[in-house]
Structures are given as structure tokens and as C-alpha cells.
Design a protein around this ligand. Structure first.
Ligand code: HEM
Length: 226
């Protein structure tokens, strides 16, 4: 028979069991972080692997590796440059670190190959780097254009300082390669700074080693500095 006394007795026991169960669950819940805490060290190695997964070129600290495999030897090898852009029979490859840009130009010609930075109108105000062979010797000229269609004379003749820090080239089987290294910002008016992001370039190549004779192909483009 139902009795109030046995009901309360039964309920108290139930409540007591309930409280006991809550305490047990609570205790085990409190312990669980301590149990997972030792796992924390096993998570630690994941930190380096996450940063390793970051694209290396976005971290300035990693940018100097741009120059690691670079050689101004007249040969453009796979992985030597981080970027590549082709315009008809002319191509430009480039990398940069926080101070320098490394350029490799290649064109289907036995003539001169050039790139210009910072042109305002046509060729005007561009720092033009023109590479050419003469008597089997490569010259990488550092020039500045003082007019829309030249003249572009050596910066030294205009009072500037030659800013090509390393260079080289090759001519084989109808292809000319010119490689050079320049500061991103050589710091004078003949060398417009290359800045982070998109930079306009002009490019051209000539038909033979008469480097004063006009291009057979020319155009505009852009390179991105990291
Ligand atoms: C070697 C001596 C050079 C001479 C005598 C010369 C002369 C000229 C002349 C007369 C023009 C206008 C006619 C045309 O479109 O063909 C021109 C245009 C142009 N040149 Fe040169 N150039 C020389 C070198 C260069 C170099 C080294 C570059 C690039 C690095 C260059 C880039 C250009 C570009 C991009 C244009 C087209 C401008 C436009 O129409 O927007 N030139 N050049």
C-alpha cells in the first residue's frame, strides 16, 4: 500500500543516490582536464608543422631563401626563380627577398634583351637593364631613359651609380639569357624603387648584338614583389 512515510523514505534514498551520482559525475568531469592535460605535449609538435605549412614567401623571415639557389650563370634552372611571366618570345623570371630582386630574362634572339622599371610614359624615366653580347663577352648595362623613346644612357654618364650587383648571361641556339641582381631600392632617381605588390615593367629585345639598334619586339607587363 502506498504510504507517505515509505514514499518519503524511498524519495530520500533516491535523492541521496542522485546527489551521490552527481558528485561522482562532477568529480570525474573535474578529473577529465587533468587526464587530457598530459596529452598537451603531444599536441605541441603540431605547432611547427602548422607554420611549416605556411607558404614560405609570405613570411619576410623566409624571403632570403629566394637567393639560395640563384646564380648569375646564364642558365635558368627549375626552382631558381619563384615567379615567371612570358610575353611572346620574351620571358622574365624573378624572385625577391627583403632587399634584392633577382631577374632572369630569356628571349628567342641572338640580340640584346632588356627590362625597364618605373617607366612613366612609354620608355621615359625607366631604369633600363639591357644585356648584350659583344665579342663573346656579356655586358649588363644599367641605363636610364630621359625621353619617351630614349635616349637611355648608362646611369654613370648621368651622374648615377651602377646598381647591378651581380650579373651573367648566355647565348645558345638562338636564345639569349641575361640574369642580374639589383637592390629593390637602390636609392637614387635613376633607379625607381620596386615596391611590395604590383610593379609595372617594360620589356624588349633586339635582333642582333647591335645594342643601340631598336627592338624587334617590345611591350609592357608587370611583376609582383612579395
Ligand atoms: C636600343 C635602343 C632603343 C631604341 C632606339 C628605341 C626606340 C623606340 C621607339 C622609336 C619607339 C616608338 C616606336 C615603336 O613603338 O616602335 C619605342 C617604343 C617602345 N620601346 Fe624602345 N627603344 C630602344 C630600347 C628599348 C628598350 C631597352 C626597352 C625596354 C626595356 C624599350 C621599350 C619600349 C616600349 C615598351 C615601347 C612602346 C611604348 C608604347 O608604345 O607604349 N625600348 N622605342
Amino acid at each position: 500500500m502506498f504510504s507517505l512515510k515509505s514514499y518519503f523514505k524511498h524519495s530520500s534514498v533516491t535523492i541521496l543516490y542522485g546527489i551521490f551520482a552527481v558528485i561522482i559525475v562532477g568529480l570525474s568531469a573535474c578529473q577529465s582536464p587533468q587526464q587530457t592535460a598530459p596529452q598537451a605535449p603531444t599536441n605541441v609538435p603540431s605547432t611547427p608543422s602548422q607554420s611549416q605549412a605556411n607558404p614560405p614567401v609570405t613570411t619576410p623571415a623566409n624571403l632570403p631563401s629566394a637567393s639560395a639557389d640563384w646564380k648569375a650563370d646564364g642558365s635558368i634552372t627549375p626552382g631558381e626563380y619563384q615567379n615567371h611571366q612570358a610575353f611572346d618570345d620574351y620571358e622574365i623570371n624573378w624572385s625577391n627577398d627583403d632587399q634584392y630582386v633577382y631577374i632572369g630574362m630569356k628571349a628567342k634572339t641572338m640580340g640584346w634583351v632588356a627590362v625597364g622599371f618605373g617607366a612613366t610614359t612609354f620608355m621615359n624615366n625607366a631604369n633600363i637593364i639591357q644585356g648584350y653580347f659583344s665579342d663573346g663577352k656579356v655586358t649588363v648595362a644599367d641605363q636610364f631613359s630621359t625621353g619617351n623613346f630614349g635616349p637611355h644612357n648608362d646611369v654613370t654618364s648621368l651622374g648615377g651609380t651602377y646598381a647591378i650587383l651581380d650579373s651573367g648571361g648566355s647565348q645558345t641556339n638562338g636564345t639569349t639569357i641575361i640574369e642580374f641582381k639589383r637592390k629593390l631600392n637602390p636609392g637614387d632617381k635613376f633607379h625607381p624603387a620596386l615596391v611590395k605588390g604590383v610593379n609595372k615593367i617594360i620589356w624588349a629585345y633586339g635582333g642582333d648584338n647591335q645594342y643601340l639598334i631598336k627592338h624587334v619586339s617590345r611591350g609592357e607587363g608587370q611583376i609582383t614583389i612579395q
